[in-house]
Design a protein around this ligand. Structure first.
Ligand code: ADP
Ligand code: GN1
Ligand code: MG
Length: 374
């Protein structure tokens, strides 16, 4: 039996561990994440109401220490709860809330070493796979900037590094080169053009990490996975409500959050679009996000950080491209795929965007300069 089937058999056992009152009415796969297995659970409460939850089987081949990861998630969400309550907000909707097991644990480990966790389902929200208008994207930028600001005084040294070197682009480049050399899935010949594109840009991979090492960029507590579907919008007000997917909250550079949002949200095409003529950097969206992010950070970014934002966008896009390509070459062992060559298609969109950013570099720089003093 493969790991997937075995986990399916364990799901009911896992659900039974959590301190949820009422009768389970429905469970089904949910969302479009590339990493964890996510399910929606629907309960009827003893009072006859409906209560919904998110159940996740954490991907423990990617997250090697799920208990440390959950310690981060619990501590960060409790910290955010306090800030949200102080501001008079709704802490059940504006941050994730971990539901404990009956034994009081933040997750359950089954006999096959699958780790399961449950969150309150945040009702009446929208999760966007593509930007629908510049206003939504601007809102998401304010929310991600704010998120970083809320965590500005969080004791960073107490956070576990859930994936070491997660956005260390030179280290990602070495992983990529290794995948090419090993050619584990015999696919190098299918991706020669893309491999050449990635190799040609090696010199730039250290642009941010060098500045960090020289103390010219500050280390902050960042989210590190700021794509648009990791934020929930309120269905009524359409305002950004809650930042989710906190598995990679770790010390990092502001460029990681800024850049990852741009690579996903400021593209005119989906991350896995096959028609590359549809993929380019939308400068209006780039501008909306830049304005919102700087507003959300509320003056906390240094001049050097702001100056390097375009490089953040380019490097995070490039880095994601080499990660997709390395995974394609390794036989699709990391990102979930739903069709043949899915990871190659994803790598191609990222590289198309990188090339477009290079062509639009002066405009990107001018936009960042326009907002730097606001
Ligand atoms: P992955 O790490 O696989 O991306 P996520 O934690 O981002 O997993 O969850 C996948 C999807 O599930 C999200 O994009 C969102 O649509 C939905 N989701 C996750 N948590 C919640 C929640 N607490 N309430 C409502 N929807 C959620
Ligand atoms: C993964 O977990 P999810 O689907 O939000 C990945 C990100 C990538 C992204 C590409 C832990 O994000 O780093 O940028 O896919 N998360 C992890 O879509 O590797
Ligand atoms: Mg996600």
């Amino acid at each position: 039996m493969n790991q997937e089937n075995a986990a399916c058999l364990r799901i009911d056992e896992a659900i039974a561990q959590f301190a949820i009152k009422g009768a389970l009415k429905e469970k089904r796969p949910y969302g479009n994440g590339h990493i964890n297995d996510t399910y929606l659970l629907v309960y009827e409460t003893p009072e006859g109401k409906t209560a919904r939850y998110i159940l996740q089987r954490m991907n423990h081949s990617i997250f090697k220490k799920p208990r440390e990861l959950m310690e981060n998630v619990v501590n960060v969400t409790e910290y955010l709860r306090r800030i949200i309550l102080e501001k008079g907000g709704d802490a059940d909707r504006e941050t994730l809330n971990v539901v404990r097991t009956a034994a009081g644990e933040s997750c359950y480990e089954d006999e096959d070493h699958n780790f399961w966790r449950v969150f309150l389902f945040i009702e009446n929200t929208l999760c966007l796979e593509m930007v629908e208008n510049a206003g939504d994207f601007y809102d998401s930028a304010v929310a991600f900037g704010n998120f970083q600001k809320m965590l500005a005084d969080y004791p960073a040294d107490t956070l576990h590094e859930t994936i070491p070197n997660f956005h260390n682009t030179p280290s990602r480049f070495q992983d990529f080169k290794r995948a090419v050399e090993e050619d584990a899935a015999h696919r190098v010949s299918l991706a020669e053009k893309e491999i050449a594109f990635a190799l040609e840009r090696e010199a730039e991979t250290a642009a941010l990490t060098d500045l960090l090492a020289r103390g010219e960029l500050p280390l902050r507590v960042t989210h590190n996975d700021t794509k648009l579907n990791n934020i929930l919008f309120d269905a009524q007000s359409k305002k950004a409500l809650c930042i989710i997917d906190l598995d990679t909250v770790m010390p990092g550079l502001s460029h990681y959050d800024f850049g990852d949002s741009i690579r996903f949200g400021a593209s005119t095409g989906a991350e896995d679009e096959q028609d590359l003529t549809r993929v380019e950097l939308d400068l209006n969206l780039f501008e909306a996000f830049t304005r919102g992010y700087l507003e959300g950070c509320d003056g906390s970014l240094t001049e050097k950080e702001i100056e390097m934002l375009p490089m953040g966008a380019k490097l995070m896009t490039y880095e994601c491209g080499i990660r997709f390509l390395a995974d394609f070459l390794s036989g699709d062992v990391y990102f979930k795929i739903h069709r043949e060559n899915h990871n190659l298609d994803r790598a191609r969109t990222q590289f198309k965007l990188v090339a477009d950013m290079e062509a639009k570099w002066d405009q990107m720089t001018a936009i960042v300069n326009k907002y730097k003093n606001r």
